[in-house]
Every structure is written in structure tokens, then in C-alpha cells.
Design a protein around this ligand. Structure first.
Ligand code: PLP
Length: 435
């Protein structure tokens, strides 16, 4: 697969100006450009390329949160639970389902952290598998650490076998690999829709169908896809899904996760953390545990109301513009990032570790170079903020509603300058490339 060559490549004198012009043209043609102004800090020169790890706050979050403290918490006090708060995990879950997940109401709830939600969902999925010969959990070698550790722990708890898919770190898990790894012994398959490292976008409908053909259930991790790619959980007949709300949904550091349980599995849902909030008639405080009906039975303890307020601003914006427009801008942003890489970084020995076809990636790209570990700290110092992923990757995360093409241009220009400095400074002592 070869990328369309940027028209500016190979003309060193004109490259910078031509690419800057192009960034400005892309901004001028961007139908979502005005949405950048909704975010705090976008009127500065800072280049934020890590909205896939922690989204920027919206300006309205300041008033949403202070209004909540003043009027709701401060004014209604304990009455707030009955009047509104107890319903918020489901109300915001339904909005998220509608705006982002392609999920009908009553299947999505805001709760816990992604790690805890995944634990509960994987255990619930295993409990829904009744055939005793289904003893394998399928996972991949390149999934996010928490996902791998959880599955390893659950396999030990339940006496199950792990079946690993060896994922290509610069792309990701394919339908063919899933077909090969699943069969009569498969209980549950746990995968991420967008690979946290390479940005590879897995074929969620295709893989879900493959898992079902093998008689298993699937748990999808949507951390890097919720709010960046179009998702249709109901249409794909996904069984279970979980994800973060502090990445593309801008819920703020540590904002609670979401859980999706297909209505088909809700009736007999058995999740492992039996708390009073997930019990039928919670305030009866009666003896023994009996799960509440529907998605409410997925809850365990007191919901983190404070932490789920900020994400509503982003859900409102997404409902306004639609995920199709968000995805379209995301593809243009990652394509421009690849173009900048080809023109500036590849000649300096950097490698692209993300698929070149926009349909096969989410909203970030990863570029690799041995100097990146040290360089990232220097970039942060100068207000250029991507993130580093071991062993030698810089991830350039492009949150579609808040990131501009010139902001991306500035960020990659800074990486190029650092590489050039490193080269001239290091000629004498040690070679820059270690290949
Ligand atoms: C960010 C991320 C997580 C984080 O889980 P927490 O419980 O919020 O720390 C989990 N899985 C994936 C794939 C992620 O990208």
C-alpha cells in the first residue's frame, strides 16, 4: 500500500511554507473549525496532540461544574439523589448510547473505571456462557495492559485457558486471526476496537460475527474509539462493551467509564460485584442480593456523580454535529499528520507505525524513532504535547472537535526541529539511529 505523495515533498525550500499554507487551507475548509473555540486553551500557541489520552475541557464545563456545586450539591444537598443524581448514570449512559455508540436506550450506564467495568463485563460474559467445554478466553498480545492483566487474572480465578492472538504492533487484530483463534472451546473474546498504540481500527462488525459464528461472546474495549469513530453496537449485535470517558469524550481526569450490555444479555446478567446500588429496591436495604432489572443491575456502589458531569458538554456537541462529521474530520487530521510525517520525519529516519489507509485507523498515529523517549520531555517543555509509548513511539492524538490543522502543523514542525538539532549535535558522539 503506498500513500499518495504529498505534492510538496521533495522541494525542501518550499516544503515548510507549502505545508503551512495547506494547514491553513484545511482549517479554512473545515466545517467543524468553530468548535475549537468551545475548548479552554485553544487560543494559545500550545500544540495539544494527546486528546486521545486526556481530552481538553470545554469552556462550559467551568459553569456546569460550578453551577452543580452551587445549586445542586449546595442547594439540594441529600435531596439531590432522589431528584436527579440516582438517574444520571443511566440518563448520561443513554445519551452516550444515542450520540456515540449506536445503542438503543437501557443498555448503557456510566460507572466505575474502565478497568473495573471490563472486569465486571468479562465475568458477566463468562457467566452467560453455559457450555462447560468452552474454557478459553481469547485476547491479543498488543492490547492495552489493563485488558491483558485483567484477562490473565480472570483466567486464573476461573481456571480458564488464555488463547493469545499475536497482533502486529503497527496494525492490529484481523477477522482472519479471530477466526483462526476461535472455535468450540471459545468462551469469550476481549479486544480493543482501536489499538492504543498503532491506532489500527479493527473490523468490529466482522470480528463480532466471527466470534458469534464460533459460538463465543465478545467484549469490546472502546476507549480509543468512543468519540472518534462511528460505532454501531446494536447493528453489529455486540454482546458487551466498555470504554473511557476522559479521552475523546473530555470527561476530565479519572471520569468514570461506560458499560454497554446488549439487551439480549440483560435478563440473566450476573456481574461479580454485588453492591447495594445494583440491587433491586436498593433503599429497602433488604437481606440477600437480587440484581436490579436492566442495566441498573450492573452498578455496584454509589455513582461518581461529580465525575460524570463534564462529559455531557461533549455529548451535546457530538449530538449537534453527528459522529459522521467527527469521523470525517478525524480522517483528514490523521491524513495530514501522515503527510507531515512523509515530508519531514521519514527523511530523518522516523517510521510510521500506523496503517496508511484512513479507513483502517482511528484518530491517532504513532511514529517511531530511538530519540523519541528523551525528546518527548523537551517537547512538553516547549508546549508541544504528544505522548510517548515505549519502546520508541510518539503518539500524535487528534481530537477532532478541538484540534486544528495548524496546531498539528506546529506540533510536527517542533518534532522535526528537534530531530534536526539532535542530528547535528550528535554527529560527533553517537549515531542517532540504532537500526
Ligand atoms: C485508556 C485505556 C484504559 C484505561 O483504563 P482505566 O481503568 O481508565 O485506567 C483501558 N483500556 C484501554 C484500551 C485504554 O486505552
Amino acid at each position: 500500500m503506498s500513500a499518495p505523495r504529498p505534492e510538496t515533498a521533495g522541494t525542501p525550500a518550499g516544503t515548510t511554507d507549502a505545508l503551512l499554507r495547506r494547514a491553513r487551507e484545511l482549517d479554512a475548509a473545515d466545517p467543524l473549525a468553530s468548535y475549537r473555540g468551545h475548548f479552554i486553551g485553544t487560543d494559545t500557541e500550545l500544540s495539544y496532540l494527546d486528546g486521545n489520552s486526556l481530552g481538553r475541557p470545554l469552556k462550559r464545563t467551568v459553569t456546569d461544574i460550578s453551577g452543580f456545586i452551587q445549586d445542586s450539591w449546595g442547594g439540594r444537598l441529600i435531596r439531590g439523589w432522589d431528584e436527579e443524581w440516582l438517574e444520571l448514570p443511566q440518563a448520561i449512559g443513554d445519551q452516550l448510547g444515542r450520540a456515540v455508540l449506536g445503542a438503543a436506550p437501557g443498555q448503557t450506564v456510566i460507572a466505575d473505571s474502565t478497568t473495573v467495568v471490563l472486569y465486571k463485563l468479562i465475568r458477566a460474559a463468562l457467566a452467560a456462557v453455559t457450555d462447560p467445554v468452552r474454557t478459553e478466553i481469547v485476547l491479543d498480545t498488543d492490547n492495552f495492559p489493563t485488558d491483558r492483566y485483567l484477562v490473565e487474572g480472570i483466567a486464573r480465578e476461573e481456571g480458564l485457558t488464555l488463547r493469545w492472538i499475536d497482533a502486529d504492533p503497527s496494525s492490529g487484530v484481523t477477522v482472519e486471526q479471530v477466526r483462526a483463534a476461535t472455535g468450540p472451546a471459545t468462551a469469550v473474546v476481549v479486544l480493543s476496537q482501536v489499538a492504543y498504540r498503532s491506532g489500527f481500527l479493527a473490523d468490529l462488525p466482522g470480528i463480532t460475527a466471527a466470534v458469534h459464528d464460533a459460538g463465543g461472546l465478545v467484549v469490546w474495549d472502546l476507549c480509543h474509539s468512543a468519540g472518534s469513530v462511528e460505532i454501531a453496537l446494536d447493528t453489529a449485535d455486540v454482546d458487551f462493551a466498555a470504554g473511557c470517558t476522559y479521552k475523546y469524550l473530555n470527561g476530565g481526569p479519572g471520569s468514570p467509564a461506560f458499560a454497554y450490555v446488549n439487551a439480549r444479555h440483560l435478563a440473566g446478567l450476573q456481574q461479580p460485584i454485588w453492591g447495594w446500588m445494583g440491587r433491586k429496591d436498593a433503599f429497602e436495604m433488604g437481606p440477600g442480593y437480587e440484581a436490579a432489572a436492566g442495566i441498573r443491575g450492573f452498578l455496584s456502589g454509589t455513582p461518581a456523580i461529580f465525575g460524570m458531569l463534564a462529559m455531557r458538554g461533549t455529548l451535546d456537541l457530538i449530538e449537534e454535529v453527528g459522529m459522521a462529521a467527527v469521523r470525517e474530520k478525524s480522517c483528514l487530521l490523521t491524513a495530514f499528520a501522515v503527510e507531515l510525517h512523509d515530508a519531514w520525519l521519514a527523511p530523518a529516519g522516523v517510521e510510521l507505525s500506523t496503517p496508511r489507509n484512513p479507513e483502517l485507523r482511528g484518530s491517532h498515529i504513532t511514529v517511531d524513532h530511538p530519540a523519541f523517549r528523551e525528546m518527548t520531555a523537551a517537547l512538553w517543555e516547549q508546549d508541544v504535547i504528544p505522548d510517548f509509548r515505549a519502546p520508541q513511539g510518539i503518539r500524535i492524538g487528534l481530537s477532532p472537535l478541538g484540534t486544528s490543522f495548524t496546531e498539528l502543523y506546529r506540533g510536527v514542525a517542533a518534532i522535526r526541529e528537534r530531530l534536526e538539532e539532535g542530528r547535528s549535535g550528535q554527529d560527533q558522539d553517537r549515531p542517532f539511529r540504532q537500526d
